[in-house]
Write a protein that binds this ligand. Structure first.
Ligand code: GLU
Length: 280
């Protein structure tokens, strides 16, 4: 039996802030407490927003915090072959279709999810000959998952939550994949979508426990579906609370949260930061 494997998977779209430190330390400490292996993955599929200097910043900041990891750093931008194979597997099983709708058309066609959640999109599957012809003529399209067919084939689904979701959910979580709608799994500008890259990478890195913020709790449902469809192993999940600042709002790059680099430059030590974070 291979031992436990944990990971931290930041997107290098900016410098890390306290929220990232909290997440990385939560995963790393839980990992080392059970003598697990810790993997680092750079989620840089979005080539427009990700930058090499931010990746260097991730390494610098995590090292400053005292974190270490096992094995090479996995970079999503190096993984096209693995993602294409997964897409082909799903397409070969008849679970993907080309969607030619524009953003506006998609917005107009959104419906409420089965249990009344966020509005979601279910597309129209065109006859294959027509879809292939339009694609060959250069019309833009996205590959979407036919989520209702996928859910039918996968059967009842769930995952084990060992932390908690945004509403305090813990223990076995039933998943209703239809509530995500027909998610986009590949597009021209970003070859592969986040959900697919994550499940392929978690499997290839042998991740047994996914520790991440509870903002990603809803994403776990669709990721579980993809794992089942692709025949990938099932990790255990531990979603953690989101760190909030003095104003009660969660830390986010877009709010220009103070970066770890800035903290360091004004003399804060890793020990001070770790005690301030009040890890669970
Ligand atoms: N790359 C994602 C982020 O930085 C995390 C994805 C995950 O942990 O599954 O928000």
């Amino acid at each position: 039996m291979p031992g436990p494997v944990y990971r931290f998977a930041p997107s290098p779209t900016g410098r890390l802030h306290r929220g990232h430190a909290f997440s990385a330390l939560t995963s790393w400490r839980a990992c080392r407490a059970v003598a697990g292996a810790f993997r680092l993955r750079i989620e840089d599929i979005d080539r427009i927003r990700c930058r090499p200097e931010f990746e260097a910043g991730v390494i610098e900041d995590l090292s400053w915090l005292g974190l270490d990891w096992d094995g090479p750093v996995l970079r999503q931008s190096d993984r096209e072959v693995a993602y294409t194979a997964a897409l082909e597997q799903l397409a070969g099983a008849g679970l993907l279709y080309r969607c030619f709708r524009t953003r506006r058309e998609v917005a107009e066609a959104m419906t409420r999810a089965p249990h009344g959640d966020e509005p979601v999109f279910f597309g129209l599957r065109l006859p294959e000959a027509e879809a292939a012809e339009r694609a060959a003529a250069g019309e833009a399209f996205a590959w979407r998952l036919d989520v209702r067919e996928a859910a039918r084939r996968a059967g009842p689904l769930g995952f084990l939550e060992t932390g908690f979701g945004p509403g305090g959910q813990t223990g076995w979580q039933a998943v209703l994949p239809e509530s995500a709608g027909d998610v986009v799994l590949a597009r021209k500008d970003i070859g592969v979508a986040y959900h697919l890259a994550v499940v392929v990478d978690d499997a290839d890195q042998g991740v047994t426990t996914v520790v991440r913020g509870c903002d990603l709790f809803a994403a776990t449902g669709i990721q579980r579906l993809l794992q089942v469809l692709l025949g990938l192993p099932e990790p255990v999940y531990r979603h953690h609370r989101l760190l909030v600042g003095p104003d009660g709002k969660r830390y986010a790059k877009r709010d220009l949260a103070e970066t770890l680099q800035a903290l360091r430059e004004r003399g804060v030590t890793p020990t001070q930061l770790i005690s301030e974070l009040d890890l669970d």
